[in-house]
Design a protein around this ligand. Structure first.
Ligand code: ADP
Length: 296
């Protein structure tokens, strides 16, 4: 495989990161909070500033990962309209070319992290390999023979929007009873609030879980069981050899053990190895640039 050199961007709901790689090494990384106000224009302005600081030129490989769905034409769409607002068929590929003068290869952020972990991180040696991020939402990606599973719709990997037997609420995607609606950090916080708990975020629920509070145990373990069920479904559907689990909820202390315990309760044929993501917040950067290299 050609070595990784060029510029990558990861545009998430909370942070906007950009990095330059030379020969597989991340040599410079910049990060700012994703602008909350100013809509798309403010995000693009910020992105342009970061890649300009990294001296992006027209000859660089340029990979961009974004939260949401990216179709085969490089158009960007939100799927869960509650967690990603104001993104309706945005021609991101064309807009970026206008602004930075370098053609970008654009992809979903969880798919980028899946590719990064499969090629450079915790998925190395497992083929086919899956990745699930349990974060603000729930996303993922699948890598076969070192290549990401893709389709013109940009949907492969959106595991958060599959139905799950632990879920019983309407999801921001419009589907009822999705994995994301029961397992994500947003869902964990919302369920706790609906129980009348005075919490700010999923972090407080995990704190209560670690302190042994029963209400928090039910919420966190239900999330983990839901993810485990999805893992076994993916094993049945795609024959995955390993599933790498990332995201701040997925990486929270004790969570992966709960997922593994629930998987162990399934028939052996559908059990799949799960492991922690190891590239952390850089996985999407590695994956986005790696994909850009393959595509160019
Ligand atoms: P993003 O969704 O932008 O990729 P994260 O992976 O950090 O970001 O996920 C954010 C979600 O994870 C939020 O719901 C937040 O409350 C939750 N979260 C952050 N830190 C922790 C933690 N240490 N333990 C459990 N949940 C966490």
């Amino acid at each position: 495989m050609a070595s990784l050199s060029g510029v990558a961007v990861d545009l998430g709901g909370t942070k906007l990161a950009a990095a330059r790689f030379i020969n597989d090494t991340l040599v410079e990384r910049l990060q700012v909070p994703t602008p909350r106000d100013g809509g798309l224009e403010a995000k693009l302005e910020c992105l342009t500033e970061l890649v300009t600081a990294l001296k992006l030129t027209a000859v660089d490989a340029f990979g961009v990962a974004v939260a949401g769905r990216v179709d085969g034409q490089g158009n960007w769409h939100s799927v869960n309209h509650k967690t990603l607002t104001g993104v309706t068929s945005v021609p991101l590929k064309d807009m970026l070319l206008d602004r930075v003068g370098c053609p970008a290869v654009i992809m979903n952020d969880a798919q980028a992290a899946a590719l990064g972990e499969a090629r450079f991180g915790a998925g190395k040696g497992a083929d086919p390999c899956g990745f699930i991020t349990v974060s603000t939402g729930v996303g993922g990606g699948f890598v076969f023979g070192g290549n990401m599973l893709e389709a013109p719709s940009g949907l492969p990997g959106h595991i958060g929007f599959t139905r799950n037997s632990y879920a019983s609420r309407l999801c921001g995607s419009g589907r009822f009873g999705t994995l994301e609606s029961v397992a994500s950090g947003t869902a964990i916080a919302r369920i706790a609030k609906d129980l009348g708990r005075d919490i700010d975020s999923a972090v407080d629920v995990f704190r209560a879980w670690n302190a042994g509070e029963g209400w928090a145990k039910t919420i966190v373990e239900t999330s983990a069981c839901a993810v485990a069920e999805a893992c076994c479904d993916l094993r049945a559907l795609l024959g995955l050899e390993r599933i790498v689990i990332g995201g701040s909820v997925g990486l929270a202390s004790g969570y992966l053990d709960q997922v593994a315990t629930a998987i162990a309760g399934e028939p052996e044929l559908f059990q799949v190895e799960v492991s922690h993501a190891i590239l952390g917040h850089d996985a999407g950067l590695y994956g986005a640039l790696s994909h850009a290299k393959r595509e160019s």
